[in-house]
Design a protein around this ligand. Structure first.
Ligand SMILES: [Cu+2]
Length: 157
């Protein structure tokens, strides 16, 4: 976590952040062929507290690093991923990480995973506070949801 950034954000808006755990649904990691250098994780986070909760980082045993990324498609149609230092989960507004949008990027796996395996990811929510979330490895979203981006791609191919 970038301490300077958090200080700037805090001074700019003077909010107080809740430090409690998030409600997590549909936590899954897309199955990838052996030798993949990164896996993408998705979930829907909602906030049962009275102030925003900040996800400030993540880590997982068996991976070199876990980053939070946004994804967009530039004018040339090329997918761009950008690293996020913070993801804010507002009260009453679910933060959805789904294919085509924000996601967790689990880098440098030390072994390969197959559908049905589970991976525990520790989210850093505030100083000294972590929440461990169990993700299931799957070929597609467990609830069958399809992001708008995926939907578009399905029609174009
Ligand atoms: Cu990414």
């Amino acid at each position: 976590m970038n301490r300077t950034l958090l200080m700037v954000l805090t001074m700019a808006t003077t909010p107080t952040w809740a430090c409690g755990e998030l409600t997590v649904e549909n936590a899954w990691i897309r199955a990838a062929p052996p030798g993949a250098t990164a896996l993408a994780g998705f979930a829907t986070f909602s906030n049962p507290h009275e102030q925003s909760v900040l996800i400030q980082g993540a880590s997982a045993a068996g991976f070199g690093a876990v980053e939070m990324h946004s994804m967009s498609i530039d004018e040339a149609g090329v997918m761009r991923m950008r690293r996020l230092d913070l993801v804010e989960v507002k009260v009453g507004e679910a933060q959805t990480m789904a294919p085509g949008g924000n996601h967790l990027m689990l880098l440098a796996p030390q072994k390969s995973y197959k559908a049905g395996d589970t991976i525990d990811v520790a989210l850093t929510l505030c100083e000294e506070k972590q929440q461990t979330v169990r993700f299931i490895v799957a070929d597609s979203a467990p609830n069958g949801e399809m992001s708008s981006t995926e939907h578009d791609h399905a029609h174009h191919h």
